[in-house]
Design a protein around this ligand. Structure first.
Ligand code: ADP
Length: 431
């Protein structure tokens, strides 16, 4: 049997120690590689998540690009199909872009115009002014210039060019002048047609006024005769014929009175513009006082309360101003609620170059659907209420206010009251 010598045993122990230390190293290495492996796996997972996020982002970008392309398409369509002609002109007067309408104004296709000098398409006479205008646009001032577009195939067309400076489209392009061309030819035609129509209307209005004047003036005389004779009949034969005859004569007298009132007011109406006096500085407070004096018996009889704010000086025909106040306040007294006394407030406040008057009442009020009809000739809203009237008063008021360059309108709540507003020109330096 072999017996180990003490020396070789020592050696063996040394080897064993060496082996143990190597084993320790291996174990440490194994732990390290395990950790590294796990870290690698973790980073792999992270990488996967990163990729997913990147995919999502690139989809978002794709969508955004699609939306942008759609928006660009829309704006290009808007630009091209705008009813206004657009020209993009560079600093040297060269056309960089033109929309369809712009090209049509010049009688060319948009492609044909790109790169062409804009001045070629305006009348020679307008070129120096246009060059000067273009310079001032590039110097920073936007504005407009009136000129005539001119091409061999299209007759010269007057336009207004509205110009402003915009950023260039591509890198390297400097700023550009955006010129919007408004076709003055058709606008001038429309203005001419409107002026002709206005003149025609004024003429027919004048004819109508003359007609109303002649009719109402000439009717007055025979009507007065009828009235006189019917009254004579009534005085002389009342009670001497039978009861029916008395009634009939009474109806005729009433009818003649009503007709005569209507004719008188129609005459007043037809005289507003033709026989109105010239405008002068008028104290509206004094005119109001005169109107109230004319209405004295109606005010006393209805126990009306009237409040008057300070009144301004206006530029007006004083007689017509009295009649305006008288008609409006007269109506406020007439169309009162049966169960309360009329309370009327008259005020004025400045609005720009005018005074805004208001006449507020606590009367029966008016339904809003009647507001327009109210101011028409012979239109009455409450004939069933038994209140006497001819339906001319408000038409007269409207005519008077319009003759003064003002406006007349109403606001009202049925059962609560109405406010009639009108504007009149202020007297020079009255506010
Ligand atoms: P008239 O009083 O002779 O009927 P107007 O032209 O003055 O004629 O008025 C037209 C209608 O407007 C009247 O019939 C009446 O119904 C209505 N109206 C006018 N003023 C008032 C008012 N202050 N309150 C209520 N209704 C009014």
């Amino acid at each position: 049997m072999d017996v180990l010598s003490p020396k070789s045993r020592q050696e063996l122990e040394a080897e064993l120690a060496c082996l143990r230390s190597r084993l320790g190293e291996y174990e440490a290495l194994e732990a390290l590689s395990r950790e590294t492996g796990e870290a690698f796996l973790r980073s792999l997972e992270g990488g996967e998540r990163c990729r997913e996020r990147l995919d999502a982002k690139s989809e978002e970008l794709c969508n955004a690009r699609h939306q942008l392309q759609k928006a660009l398409g829309r704006y290009t369509d808007l630009f091209n199909h705008s009813p206004i002609g657009y020209f993009l002109i560079d600093q040297h007067g060269i056309l960089r872009e033109v929309n369809v309408k712009g090209a049509a104004l010049l009688g060319q296709s948009p492609e044909h115009l790109q790169g062409a000098p804009f001045a070629k398409y305006i009348t020679p006479l307008a070129r120096p002014a246009f060059d000067h205008h273009l310079q001032s646009v590039f110097a920073g001032s936007s504005g407009q210039i009136e000129l005539a577009l001119d091409t061999p195939d299209v007759p010269a067309l007057p336009v207004i060019l509205e110009t402003s400076l915009i950023e260039g489209m591509d890198e390297g392009t400097g700023p550009l002048c955006l010129a919007a061309a408004l076709d003055l030819g058709s606008r001038k035609q429309a203005e001419k047609a409107l002026a002709e129509r206005t003149e025609e209307l004024a003429r027919s209005n004048e004819d109508l006024e003359r007609f109303a004047y002649v009719i109402s003036h000439d009717l007055q005389e025979p009507l007065r005769n009828i009235g006189n004779y019917v009254q004579l009949l009534s005085r002389r034969y009342k009670g001497r014929l039978d009861a029916d005859a008395d009634d009939y004569i009474g109806f005729v007298v009433d009818g003649v009175m009503r007709l005569s009132n209507m004719i008188r007011e129609l005459l007043t109406f037809s005289r507003i513009t033709t026989q109105g006096r010239t405008f002068e500085v008028v104290d509206s407070g004094a005119a109001l006082k005169d109107a109230l004096a004319n209405l004295e018996s109606a005010i006393t009889e209805s126990l009306a309360e009237i409040h008057i704010a300070p009144m301004p000086e206006v530029q007006a025909d004083s007689t017509q101003l009295i009649s305006l106040f008288q008609n409006l306040i007269g109506n406020a007294l007439k169309y009162r609620e049966a169960d309360r006394n009329p309370r009327i407030r008259i005020e004025a406040r400045p609005v720009g170059e005018k005074w805004l008057f208001s006449i507020v009442d606590n009367g029966i009020g008016i339904e809003s659907r009647q507001f327009e009809r109210l101011f028409m000739l012979f239109q009455r809203i409450n004939p069933q209420g038994g209140i006497q009237g001819t339906g001319i008063g408000l038409a007269v008021c409207k005519r008077i206010v319009e003759r003064h360059g003002g406006q007349l309108w109403v606001e009202s709540t049925p059962g609560q009251g109405s406010i009639f507003y009108f504007t009149l020109p202020a007297a020079p330096s009255s506010h």
